[in-house]
Ligand binder design. Structure first.
Ligand code: PEP
Ligand code: MG
Length: 580
């Protein structure tokens, strides 16, 4: 029977596909008692699952022949664990002795092993507990009948492009791993519209809906779903008529996209001749071609923390240097703004990471981003040195997240000087005049903007966090999502104040939060005086389309009048008029 769920549309477009239910396998294992005659069968089931995962790993190793050596080494370690009696024989003994199901036995043994690994002094050995967990997760998925996606494809003849991932929650690291796949869409029970998971959905330009509350328990594997990422609607098991209607709308959207592609090489300029720079936000070096394809004039925000979210250790200087160099070279002389790690809050390293203690209370207000970098000088130096070294290959700008205090800027600049002087000592080339900018994403920074204008070369407004902190709304909590209002007069006041103050001080300012990529806000920002926008590559041409039709000079007085309006209804009305 057909039914509809409502959530928050976080990425436009329409997807039609079949449901693929995802779970964090190890968290959902039940404890079952099996009859004495079932014990042998349970052991055989366990052996079979191990054998399947082993052959999957072997196939993976073959297909990643040209991949980095580290990947191949990981596969070897996982295979080795699957041959270790501690992980293979012990669960069999547990099944026999306790007459329990294979999944439960395996998880019991895993916990034992993880506890043993945690005792090691050597950090390398300690981290191997992650491998144990990952390999066990694979076997559990196999046991639970959630075979790997490759197997699923072969079994049901389903292509990834036709699958809608249905999950209770997805971490940014989960979504990053989706970049290697081509799922049609994903939908989740939890999450807010500017949660990092949602941002990643947008960056992949796949229609997605979050905050559906109980999609995972209501939807069954393989059911046909329509995902309307614009309206935040998911239709389960639609009838023929509805399917046809949505197919039609989907085709229309595709057509509009194709039309927009013609604007790729058009100069981004308003009718009255004002140049407007449109940059791309990226998470990984592999996003660079998409940024160029979307017509980006440069990278306005490279969220470097995403490079490493799904692992437990910090990448060393060489690995980071290679990643930054790849982006700079890929952008062929266009500017690349690299933001130092914005770790913490929802963008944390792997749960078992030993890099830093997780903040348990109020993580959004805790030691995240620049606060963490300044507290971990070694980590910060490594990153700064890697960025500086890459700056020899093209114009890099350094961007610092979550600044609130003048002394944080001073300490950051001192740390940069230290990194520069160590490189000078080693006679390593880098850009001596690298520009340093700050994210304005805490209301204190927007209000005391003079502190920032006096110390930095450029500013970039992070509206996602600015809204979160101004309105005291957790950006990833769907329960308060309706209160997360980018058009709240307080937010608009902070934006207008920051943009006009920067303009007066002759300091370039951009917006790189989600608001910059919303074509319905382009005219508003142009009227505020904004001339640099940074957004997901998929949004650039839509925004450019608005820029080309706008007259910035005429917009300015209208927007000034509009900003005097505090009543939300009237503000929205004024925005509609502005866009008409
Ligand atoms: C922001 O806060 O608006 C921003 C661009 O940074 P992030 O979304 O990565 O926190
Ligand atoms: Mg931010």
């Amino acid at each position: 029977m057909s039914f509809t769920l409502h959530g928050l549309g976080v990425s436009g477009g329409i997807a039609i596909g079949r449901a693929l239910l995802m779970s964090h396998a190890t968290l959902e294992v039940s404890h079952l008692t099996v009859g004495p005659r079932m014990v042998d069968r349970e052991i055989a089931r366990f052996d079979q699952a191990v054998a399947t995962v082993k052959s999957e790993l072997a196939a993976m190793k073959e297909s990643t022949e040209h991949a980095p050596a580290e990947l191949s080494a990981f596969i070897d370690i996982h295979t080795m664990f699957l041959e270790d009696p501690e992980l293979i024989d012990k669960p069999r003994e547990i099944i026999r002795a306790r007459r329990c199901n294979a999944e439960w036995a395996l998880v019991q043994q895993m916990e034992q092993l993880v506890a043993q690994f945690e005792q090691f002094d050597d950090p390398y050995l300690r981290e191997r507990k992650l491998d144990v967990r990952q390999v066990v997760e694979r076997v559990i998925k196999e046991l639970l009948g959630h075979p790997s996606r490759a197997v699923m494809k072969a079994d049901k003849g389903l292509k990834e492009e036709t699958l809608v991932v249905v999950a209770h929650d997805l971490s940014p690291a989960d979504v990053i791993s989706f970049k290697e796949h081509r799922f049609a869409s994903f939908i989740t029970d939890v999450g807010g519209a500017t949660s990092h998971t949602a941002i990643l959905a947008r960056s992949m330009a796949i229609p997605s809906v979050v905050g559906l509350s109980n999609a995972r328990s209501l939807i069954r594997d393989g059911e046909v779903l329509i995902v309307d990422g614009m309206r935040g609607v998911v239709i389960i098991d639609p009838d023929e008529r509805v399917l046809e209607e949505y197919q039609l709308r989907k085709n229309q959207i595709e057509l509009e996209k194709t039309k927009l592609k013609r604007l790729k090489n058009a100069k981004s300029q308003t009718i009255d001749g004002i140049d407007v720079a449109l940059y791309a936000n990226i998470e990984l070096p592999i996003d660079t071609p998409e940024a160029l394809e979307g017509g980006a004039e440069g990278i306005g925000l490279f969220r470097t923390e995403f490079l490493f979210l799904d692992r437990g250790d910090m990448p060393d200087e060489q690995e980071q240097y290679e990643a930054y160099k790849k982006v700079v070279k890929g952008m062929g002389g266009r500017p690349v703004t690299i933001r130092t790690f914005d770790l913490g809050n929802d963008k944390d390293l792997h749960p078992d990471s030993s890099v830093h203690d997780r903040v348990k209370t109020n993580p959004a207000l805790g030691r995240r981003a620049i606060r963490l970098s300044l507290a971990e000088p070694q980590m910060f130096q490594t990153q700064l040195r890697a960025i500086l070294r890459a700056s020899k290959f093209g114009p890099i700008k350094l961007l610092i997240p979550m600044l609130a205090h003048a002394h944080e800027i001073d300490q950051t600049l001192a740390a940069l000087e230290q990194a520069k002087s160590s490189l000078r000592g080693e006679k390593v080339a880098f850009d001596e005049n690298i520009q340093v900018g700050g994210m304005i994403e805490i209301p204190a920074a927007a209000l005391a903007i003079g502190l920032f204008l006096r110390r930095l070369d450029f500013l970039s407004i992070g509206t996602n966090d600015l809204i979160q902190y101004t309105l005291a709304i957790d950006r990833s909590d769907e329960q308060v999502a309706s209160l997360y209002d980018p058009l709240h007069p307080a937010v608009l006041m902070l934006l207008a104040h920051t943009i006009s103050s920067a303009e007066k001080a002759n300091i370039p300012v951009s917006v790189c939060g989600e608001m910059a990529g919303d074509p319905l806000l382009t005219r508003l920002f142009l009227g505020m005086g904004l001339r640099i926008f940074s957004m997901h590559p998929s949004q650039i041409l839509k925004v450019k389309n608005r820029v080309l039709k706008a007259n910035a000079g005429e917009l300015a007085p209208t927007v000034r009048r509009m900003l005097r309006q505090e009543e939300p209804g009237k503000l929205r009305e004024a925005l509609e008029k502005l866009n008409a």
